[in-house]
Design a protein around this ligand. Structure first.
Ligand SMILES: [Zn+2]
Length: 78
């Protein structure tokens, strides 16, 4: 029942999740689809000024959660 526009948005959110979202020490990483805080399942060591984490969305109604999309986050020590 999804409209093509909505499908494109889901694909776009998936792409954003793959490319990486910003990580905030205070707020964590937010889901590119629903905007809720995501749960960390893997944290990489610092690589220079950059640290990468992997997350899952936990919002039951969110397609990022139902498709088990891995959300990458990037923290930069500025
Ligand atoms: Zn979500």
């Amino acid at each position: 029942m999804s409209l093509p526009v909505q499908m494109a948005s889901v694909a776009q959110a998936k792409r954003t999740a793959e490319n990486g979202v910003d990580f905030s020490p205070r707020h964590g990483a937010r889901c590119p689809w629903c905007g809720r805080r995501t749960r960390i399942y893997a944290t990489r060591p610092w690589d220079g000024p950059v640290r990468v984490r992997y997350h899952y969305c936990q919002t039951p109604s969110c397609p990022m959660a139902s498709m088990r999309v891995t959300i990458k986050s990037v923290q930069v020590d500025r």
